[in-house]
Design a protein around this ligand. Structure first.
Ligand code: KIV
Length: 294
């Protein structure tokens, strides 16, 4: 690849990165401007995660997120992304009914929204059959094991999975089953790094970690966590690279002070008439307006 040229990221390319031991870097995005910046920076994969619900839409968890909300937010991200692979996250209950309905919902991410793949959480027997059906329908699938936020009511709380031998074995088996069913990659969320390492060594497809330590083939973070856009609780695994919340708050307070203090907008931020004569003319004309004719 000539210097300065960027390369469109495809699934075979991601898989090649694993072979070459080149790290895959992924982020979430939910709108056009963020996706554009992230894409221009050279991120490999953009996930329009259903974390959208908590990060952008203000829901308490990801359960209420709908297909319509996901499609609505995936469209601008796909429009902005020239190189990154765009993956749409299938929301809760969009892939829990019949295989046909689930495939139909997944196809909307590709046909309507412009995504190139979908992600689904979990790896039950039914889920594995669905992965096969999606792959059969030419829809690339990313798996997701470990902490799967759509199972919040099962788990009771968001916490590290796979610390005990049985649970670790279960997660390793789930990841292996997903690979067998045909996923092109697996997200490993909130599991001990030692377990993530075993999975990464066992799988041919790349593992993308979030709270799963350094041995994964790639990493993903929620964009808003990375830049400190949200002011809430941040899990241990998040490294905050900026403080947007503070920066935006400071900017808005300065704007309020400027407007209240008559400092904004000044002449620099205003339009002007071409000459003083025109201004005078308009003033005279305006004075005449509304005066009663005798
Ligand atoms: O919804 C999301 O953003 C995700 C990532 C945390 C992997 O599933």
């Amino acid at each position: 690849m000539p210097e300065g040229k960027t390369q469109k990221i495809t699934i075979p390319l991601l898989q090649n990165k694993k072979k070459q031991k080149e790290k895959i870097v992924a982020l979430t995005a939910y709108d056009f401007p963020v996706a554009k910046i992230v894409d221009e920076c050279g991120i490999d994969l953009i996930l329009v995660g259903d974390s959208l619900g908590m990060v952008v839409l203000g829901y308490e968890n990801t359960i209420p997120v709908t297909m319509e909300e996901m499609i609505h937010h995936t469209k601008p991200v796909a429009r902005a992304s020239k190189n990154a692979l765009v993956v749409g996250d299938m929301p809760y209950f969009s892939f829990h009914l019949s295989i046909d309905e689930s495939v139909m919902n997944a196809s909307r991410f590709l046909k309507e929204a412009g995504a190139e793949a979908v992600k689904i959480e979990g790896s039950s027997k039914k889920r594995l059959k669905l992965v096969e059906a999606l792959v059969e329908a030419e829809i690339p699938v990313m798996g997701h094991v470990g902490l799967t936020p759509q199972s919040i009511h099962h788990f009771g709380q968001f916490k590290v999975k796979g610390r005990e031998v049985d649970e670790a074995k279960k997660i390793i088996t789930e990841a292996m089953n997903l690979e067998k069913a045909g996923v092109f990659s697996v997200v490993l969320e909130c599991i001990p790094m030692e377990v993530a390492r075993i999975i990464t060594e066992k799988l041919r497809v790349p593992t993308i970690g979030i709270g799963a330590g350094p041995y994964c083939d790639g990493q993903i973070l929620v964009f808003h966590d990375l830049v400190g856009y949200s002011n809430g609780y941040l899990p241990k695994f998040v490294k905050k690279y900026a403080d947007f919340h503070e920066l935006i708050g400071r900017s808005v307070k300065s704007y309020i002070d400027d407007v209240k203090g008559g400092k904004f907008p000044d002449s620099k931020y205003s339009y002007h008439l071409k000459t003083d004569e025109i201004a005078e003319l308009i003033r005279n004309e305006a004075e005449a307006l509304g005066k009663k004719k005798k």
